[in-house]
Design a protein around this ligand. Sequence first.
Ligand code: CMP
Length: 139
Amino acid sequence: MTIERTLAIIKPDAFENHHVGEIIQCIEKSGLTLAGMKMLRLTASQVERFYYVHNDKYFFPLLCEMMLSGPVVVMLIEGESAISRWRQMIGPTDPAECGPETIRGAFGESIRHNAVHGSDCPDSAAFETAFFFSESELV
Ligand code: CMP
């Protein structure tokens, strides 16, 4: 049994569409545990540093613009195989490829406005959770 930590972000589109409560409920119902949570307006510097792996992609400016368009909720989720379980719950990047049982299938509008983020592997999860949370901020 591997207890993992991963990062979830409720993105500005889901925030604007009032899906914050439903997304948190999905996490709680799944049996994963919320160990940290913050509501933030990200800065351009934070977005560029957080998504540095995509900075050479054609969609990077659009991604930054979207993440700066409104508030986000960042959460540290903990539990057995949390990284893969959260990725499975959110579905593929493009909501058009997601089943209705996934969070992006239910709440995403497009590949750009895809409702939520999830760390894709242990290295990303370590970088992304430390990016937003220090140990003293976790319950
Ligand atoms: P996320 O899982 O947060 O990781 C990178 C993000 O880039 C992704 O979700 C999408 O929001 C965004 N993204 C990926 N591909 C595209 C694209 N083709 N056009 C616009 N945004 C994209």
